[in-house]
Design a protein around this ligand. Structure first.
Ligand SMILES: Cc1cc2nc3c(=O)[nH]c(=O)nc-3n(C[C@H](O)[C@H](O)[C@H](O)COP(=O)(O)OP(=O)(O)OC[C@H]3O[C@@H](n4cnc5c(N)ncnc54)[C@H](O)[C@@H]3O)c2cc1C
Length: 426
C-alpha cells in the first residue's frame, strides 16, 4: 500500500515556517493600502528571507533555481500562500510569472532563457500572458490576433483582453495566428514581445474586486498591438505550437489556483468559526444554533473534499504528468471554485453586516472568488471536458445493464443446475 497522507518531518518544518512567516510578515502588508511600487519595496527583504529558507520559486526544478518539490509538496505550500494574495509574489511563484517561467523553461532557446527567464526567476522582470480575446476566451480557435514575418521581424496586430499585469510587465508572451491555413489547433504561435517596443496600447480594466485598479500585485488590461515589430528569434517554441504549449502551461497553473483556494477557504472558515463562538443572540451562541453548526460541518467537509481532490490530482501529475491528469484537473477547477464561493458566503453570513463591510477581508475575498469560476477557462467548459471524458467509457444499450428482469433471467440460466439440485434436496 502506498496511500499515505502524512507529510515528511523535514518538509513539515518548512511548511510551519512558511505558515508563521505568511501570518506574521505578509498579513500586515495587506492593510497598508500599498500601491504596486510600495508593495514591491516592502516585499524585497521578505523575498530575500524566503530565498534563504529555500522556498523561493518552489514550482521549479533545481536546474532553474527552484526546489523540484513536485506538485504534491507544492500543493501543501500553496495552501499556505493562498491565504494571502500577496504571498505568492513574496515566494516567487506569482501568476502569470510562474507559468511564463515554466513556458520559457519548456520551449525557450538558451538565449531566451538567459534574457527573459532567469531575470523572471530572480524577480527582476515582470511578465504577462497575452492570450484571451474578448468573447472568445473559451474557444481559442476563434482568436484573430495575427503575426506575419516581414524579413527578419514578426509584425503583430490584434487586440487582447484581460491580460494580467500587462501594464506592469517588461514583456508579454503573446499567442498569435501565424499559420492561418493550418488546422485550428496548429494556427497559433507564441511570441515574446518586450513592452518597450512601439505600437503597444494598454488600458487598465476595473474589476469587480478592484474597480479602481489599485491592487498592489495585479492589474488586468485590454491590450492593442498595432504593427508591433519583434525580431524573428522572439518566436517561443515552434511555429503553430502555441496551443500545445498553452495546454502544458495551463494544466499545472490551474491546479496551483485550486491549491491556493484551499488556503482562502481555511482563512474564511477560521473567521466563520471564531464568530460563531463569539456572538450570543436570542439566548444562545451562534455556534449552538443548528443552522450555523450545519455551515461549520458542511464547510469543513467541502474544504476537506476539495483539498483531497486537489492533492490527489497533484500526486497524479507527479506520477503520470498533467496530460494524463486532465480530467482530474478540470474537475478540481470547478469543484474548488464552488467550494471557495460557498465557504466565503457562509462566513459573510455568520458575520452579518460586519461581513458585508470592508472592516473584514471577507467581502474582498468574495468578490475575488467570483472570478475563480471564469479565469483559466470557465467552469462550464471544464464540466464539459469532464463529462465528455467520462461518457466516453460508456456505450449505448437498448436494455440497461442493471435491468433486474434481464439480469434475473441470465442468473437463472447460469445457476440452473445448482438451483435444481437445491430444490431436489428440499
Ligand atoms: C481575474 C481574471 C484573470 C485573467 N487573466 C488572464 C491573463 O492573464 N491572460 C489571458 O490571456 N486571459 C486572462 N483571463 C481571461 C480568461 O482566461 C477568460 O476570461 C476565460 O478563458 C473565459 O473567456 P471569456 O471571458 O472570453 O468568456 P467567453 O468565451 O466569452 O465565455 C462566456 C461564457 O460562456 C459560457 N461558455 C463558454 N463555453 C461554453 C461551453 N463550451 N459550454 C457551456 N458554456 C460555455 C461560460 O459560462 C462562459 O463564462 C483572465 C480572466 C479573469 C476573470
Amino acid at each position: 500500500m502506498t496511500w499515505d497522507f502524512s507529510t515528511e518531518p523535514e518538509f513539515a518544518a518548512k511548511l510551519d515556517w512558511a505558515r508563521d512567516f505568511v501570518r506574521e510578515e505578509i498579513y500586515p502588508l495587506e492593510v497598508l493600502d500599498l500601491d504596486h511600487a510600495g508593495f514591491r519595496r516592502l516585499a524585497a527583504p521578505l523575498q530575500q528571507r524566503v530565498k534563504e529558507h529555500g522556498l523561493w520559486a518552489a514550482h521549479l526544478g533545481p536546474e532553474l533555481g527552484g526546489q523540484g518539490y513536485g506538485q504534491l509538496k507544492l500543493g501543501l505550500l500553496h495552501e499556505i500562500l493562498g491565504t494571502s494574495e500577496l504571498a505568492p509574489y513574496v515566494f516567487g511563484c506569482q501568476a502569470p510569472d510562474s507559468g511564463n517561467a515554466e513556458l520559457l523553461a519548456l520551449a525557450g532557446t538558451d538565449e531566451q532563457r538567459a534574457r527573459w527567464m532567469h531575470p523572471l526567476l530572480d524577480g527582476t522582470l515582470l511578465s504577462a500572458f497575452s492570450m484571451t480575446e474578448q468573447g472568445t476566451g473559451s474557444d481559442p480557435r476563434q482568436f484573430t490576433t495575427s503575426a506575419r514575418l516581414d524579413g527578419d521581424e514578426w509584425v503583430l496586430n490584434g487586440r487582447k483582453w484581460f491580460v494580467g499585469n500587462a501594464s506592469r510587465a517588461d514583456f508579454h508572451i503573446v499567442m498569435a495566428v501565424t499559420e492561418p491555413d493550418a488546422p485550428p489547433h496548429h494556427r497559433m504561435s507564441m511570441l515574446i514581445v518586450p513592452t518597450g517596443v512601439a505600437g503597444i496600447e494598454t488600458r487598465e480594466l476595473g474589476l469587480m474586486n478592484d474597480p479602481e485598479h489599485r491592487n498592489p500585485v495585479w492589474s488586468h488590461c485590454e491590450v492593442g498591438y498595432h504593427d508591433v515589430r519583434v525580431p524573428a528569434e522572439n518566436l517561443l517554441g515552434g511555429r503553430g505550437e502555441a496551443f500545445a504549449l498553452a495546454q502544458k502551461r495551463l494544466g499545472p497553473g490551474r491546479i496551483h489556483h485550486c491549491m491556493r483556494w484551499i488556503g482562502v477557504c481555511r482563512r474564511a472558515f477560521d473567521m466563520l468559526c471564531e464568530r460563531a463562538v463569539s456572538i450570543d443572540v436570542h439566548g444562545s451562541l451562534l455556534s449552538e444554533k443548528q443552522t450555523v453548526q450545519n455551515w461549520v460541518a458542511d464547510s469543513a467537509a467541502a474544504i476537506e473534499s476539495a483539498r483531497l481532490l486537489t492533492l490527489r490530482t497533484a500526486w497524479k501529475i507527479d506520477q503520470v504528468g498533467a496530460k494524463e491528469a486532465r480530467t482530474d484537473i478540470a474537475m478540481i477547477k470547478y469543484h474548488g471554485a464552488t467550494v471557495l464561493h460557498d465557504v466565503i458566503d457562509r462566513a459573510i453570513q455568520v458575520h452579518g453586516s460586519l461581513g458585508f463591510s470592508t472592516d473584514l477581508p471577507l467581502e474582498q475575498m468574495y468578490r475575488w472568488a467570483r472570478a475563480a469560476r471564469i479565469y483559466d477557462g470557465p467552469d462550464e467548459v471544464h464540466r464539459v471536458t469532464v463529462a465528455k471524458r467520462l461518457l466516453k467509457k460508456y456505450s449505448a444499450r437498448t436494455v440497461p445493464t442493471e435491468h433486474v428482469p434481464t439480469r434475473r433471467a441470465a442468473a437463472l440460466e447460469r445457476f440452473r443446475g445448482q438451483l435444481d439440485l437445491a430444490l431436489a434436496a428440499q
